[in-house]
Design a protein. Structure first.
Length: 434
């Protein structure tokens, strides 16, 4: 007899065997009834439904063995030879057999004769065998063989149904994963939470997956991850669009009002209202494109000039007006910041044959804890007009309802600084007022 080892270890057969997810007693009443009938009908002390792996016999149902599996080398296993040949096997006296005499159970006197038939599934794979063992010498007849072959059809049907049910349950769990993940994406859950949900379900499903299910699982994970990552990017882009001024990249008016209130709520602070001097003249004479370039440059320098202030909020109110929120700063510290910004936010634009010197006028107001941002912003706006009235390019401090002291009288003058390279002129000259 040739060794059955290569046939037992065939990868396709082992994959088919694994798809039934049985590694011992199935606990199935129908399978238990089959082995009980085999034992009674053939008057045998041992009856088994054996799913054969390399050097391993797993009993989906058994009578007389008393264990869910045994380990016997393929070369000594009755059932392994049934798998290898795909044919019934009858052994009248195993102790006198040239191969099976060395089987441990035969040598111990527990087994003396055997009759087995191949258990072939609906896909044509020999999963194992149905067999009976006797502890005495015995010659099996055709009627005995027919009983086993009839039971094979029943076992095949039961195992096939069990596999279908298990596959449907697994597919249902995979579908539930998709539903939960997509719902999490749709409701705006953070990306990390969605990916954690997917990973947790994969850890649950992967051990039970066969080859095809593993491919389906990998494909599902890839698609869900891509959807979650894309959705997170879209949400980020939408959030930026909703909060950012498209020209300058600063907070837009709506986000500024919200963030400003949040920044001032814990302990108050200072607000600077920044207005670009002579911007209308630049826009009218050089064109809106040059004006937009000017605003973007000034906004960038305004933001970088406040990079060292934790919690500072910088935004564009609209047109050439900006606001800065400095949480926790009082009059003197805020005035020092404002004076520096007045010095730094200076530029010049070539408009036709003229050079327009651009500066900023800044109004300062300070809010105590509990003051609303809109109130202190309105006060800073009024203070900004005070700076313009005193000649532009100045910082002026206001006093809300007369209740807050002026740090100094009048405005804060700023000396002229070297200008940045001029922006190119566009458009025809025209009158400008601001």
């Amino acid at each position: 007899m040739e060794s059955p080892r290569s046939a037992v270890a065939d990868p396709a057969r082992l994959a088919a065997l694994a798809s039934y997810r049985l590694d011992g007693h199935a606990g199935d009443d129908d399978l238990d009834a089959v082995v009980a009938h085999m034992a009674r009908a053939l008057d045998a002390p041992i009856a088994v439904i054996n799913l054969v792996g390399p050097d391993l016999q797993c009993y989906a149902a058994e009578i007389g063995v008393g264990t869910p599996f045994t380990e016997v080398p393929d070369e000594l296993s009755f059932c392994a030879y049934v798998v290898a040949t795909g044919e019934p096997l009858a052994v009248d006296d195993a102790l006198a057999h040239p191969v099976f005499a060395d089987n441990p159970a035969v040598a111990a006197g527990a087994i003396r004769s055997y009759l087995g038939v191949p258990l072939v599934d609906a896909d044509g794979f020999v999963l194992g065998s149905l067999g009976v063992f006797d502890d005495d010498v015995r010659t099996f007849v055709d009627a005995d063989l027919e009983i086993l072959q009839i039971q094979v059809r029943l076992v095949r049907s039961v195992l096939s149904l069990r596999r279908q049910v298990a596959a449907h349950r697994w597919d249902a769990r995979l579908l539930a994963l998709q539903s939960r993940a997509l719902e999490s994406v749709a409701t705006g859950c953070p990306l990390e939470e969605v990916l954690d949900l997917v990973a947790a379900t994969v850890r649950e499903l992967a051990p039970e997956a066969d080859g095809q299910q593993r491919l389906a699982l990998d494909d599902t994970v890839a698609r869900l991850s891509a959807i979650a990552i894309d959705a997170d990017g879209w949400r980020g882009a939408l959030t930026r669009t909703a909060r950012q001024d498209p020209l300058t990249g600063l907070a837009n008016r709506g986000h500024l009002l919200e963030a400003g209130q949040e920044a001032l709520s814990p302990r108050g602070g200072a607000v600077l209202f920044v207005d670009v001097d002579r911007f209308k003249e630049v826009n009218d004479r050089a064109g809106h494109a040059v004006g937009d370039q000017l605003l973007a440059r000034l906004a960038g320098r305004l933001e970088s000039g406040l990079a060292t202030f934790p919690g500072a909020v910088v935004g564009r109110l609209g047109g050439d007006e900006f606001a800065v929120v400095l949480p926790g700063l009082g009059w003197d510290d805020a005035a020092a910041v404002g004076e520096r910004l007045v010095s730094e936010l200076v530029d010049q634009i070539e408009v036709g044959r003229r050079t327009v010197r651009v500066s900023v006028s800044i109004g300062l107001a300070v809010a105590e804890q509990g003051t609303t941002f809109t109130d202190v912003l309105a006060e800073a706006d009024l203070a900004m007009y005070g700076a313009k009235a005193r000649g532009r390019g100045l910082l002026h401090a206001g006093s809300r309802d007369g209740g807050l002291p002026m740090p100094r009288s009048g405005g804060y003058g700023v000396p002229s600084l070297p200008s940045l390279p001029s922006l190119p002129a566009q458009g025809a000259p025209g009158p400008g007022t601001r």
